[in-house]
Ligand binder design. Structure first.
Ligand code: NAD
Ligand code: UFG
Length: 332
């Protein structure tokens, strides 16, 4: 039995990961300030898995409260999801993003050091690759060049901090998971991405269009050098993503391990629209607009390292994600 502290555990990816962790009998404490999630997620996790995580409403920036938590509880591992993630907002409020994401992570790492917790799994992003000469991204590529927003910079900086801490402490183990584009939700439809988020990302916007809350989807450019001119991304079902975290726990060792979590397959915006229309049987209104500044034409994961070393690979596809998304939408 291992006791795990999950920061950001009431959020979208955190809650799905906890459901997978509970299948393995881990004991879970959540730390979250509920800035972008709801406490009712705990009931849903319990409904799905028959177990309820302990919950602490603490902000990563409340250093003394964090110290108390670590003083009173002995953790074997921290899985660190908590952070702000709205790319557009990070351009408008860079200090908020650096303070919350980088400052919050430093507080967490200081508490871990003080109370002898030396294992962490961190939610990073494909954004750290910046611009690369090829669309298929693998973990050996350099990072940190051509990142176009403060949110992405926070992910890169935190990765560098984790490498430095591992360098300074021979017992410290960090896993950096670089997520591609998470979509979908648990097949029960009970939990999912909170549609009250500031929608920046394609799937939450498609969900809002389908609910009539947004008139139409803007397709950001149809003149890229891609299969049909629209942007191509590697959309990974969040349940597969969650399983990736479970797969890595037993492989942890001192130092830093880095894995892409993606499917290895790119899907265009037009293909996403078509997949949604086929799953829902409804037309999704859209119009083609200008390219969004900072967007890349096409990226997808080389996911072979995770497959080889963790025995993990994505099993669900975009159609599964669309079906599960509709199930969630119908439950709202
Ligand atoms: P989310 O917003 O649903 O979950 C993040 C959680 O962190 C929320 O519950 C929020 O309340 C909490 N939080 C934020 N700041 C906090 C603070 N200072 N103290 C305590 N709690 C705080 O987001 P998600 O989609 O589940 O993302 C989880 C992680 O994965 C984030 O670090 C995100 O940057 C990263 N990530 C997400 C995506 C994506 O597309 N969803 C892609 C790549 C990486
Ligand atoms: N798109 C549209 N219309 C929209 C929203 C998105 O056409 O209203 C297109 C984008 O141009 C892109 C694709 O849909 O081609 C996916 O866009 P998202 O905003 O959903 O995802 P991104 O790949 O641009 O960004 C995501 C995360 C970031 C992360 C980045 C790393 O949101 O946090 O992946 O690659 F930094």
């Amino acid at each position: 039995m291992k006791r795990i502290l999950v920061t950001g555990g009431t959020g979208y990816i955190g809650s799905h990961t906890i459901i997978e962790l509970f299948k393995k009998d881990y004991e879970i404490d959540i730390l979250d300030n509920l800035f972008n999630s709801k406490i009712t997620v705990l009931d849903k996790i319990e409904e799905i898995s028959g177990k309820r995580p302990n919950f602490y409403e603490i902000d990563l920036l409340e250093y003394e409260k964090m110290r108390e938590l670590f003083r009173d509880n002995k953790y074997d591992l921290v899985i660190h999801f908590a952070g702000l993630k709205a790319v557009g907002e990070s351009v408008e409020k860079p200090l908020l993003y650096y303070e919350n994401n980088v400052g919050g992570t430093i507080n967490l790492l200081k508490c871990m050091k003080e109370f002898g917790v030396n294992k962490i799994i961190f939610s990073s992003s494909a954004t750290v690759y910046g611009e690369q000469p090829t669309p298929k991204l693998d973990e050996t590529m350099p990072t940190g060049v051509g990142i176009t927003n403060p949110y992405g910079e926070t992910k890169h900086i935190i990765e560098e901090i984790l490498k430095d801490v591992a360098e300074s402490d021979p017992e410290f183990s960090a896993v950096i998971l670089r997520y591609f584009n998470p979509i979908g939700n648990h097949p029960s439809g009970l939990i999912g991405e909170d549609p009250n988020d500031i929608p920046n990302n394609l799937m939450p916007i498609i969900m809002k269009v389908s609910r009539g809350e947004i008139k139409e989807l803007s397709v950001y450019g149809d003149d890229y050098d891609t299969v049909d001119g629209s942007g191509v991304r590697d959309y990974i079902h969040v349940v597969d993503l969650a399983k990736g975290h479970v797969a890595v726990i037993d492989k942890m060792k001192p130092g830093v391990l880095i894995y892409n979590l993606g499917t290895g397959k790119g899907t265009s915006v037009f293909q996403m629209i078509k997949a949604f229309e086929e799953a829902s049987g409804e037309k999704l209104p859209y119009k083609v607009t200008e390219r969004r500044p900072g967007d890349l034409a096409e990226i997808y994961a080389d996911s072979s390292k995770a497959e080889k070393e963790l025995g993990w690979k994505a099993e669900l596809n975009v159609d599964d994600a669309m079906r599960d998304t509709l199930n969630y939408l119908n439950n709202l």
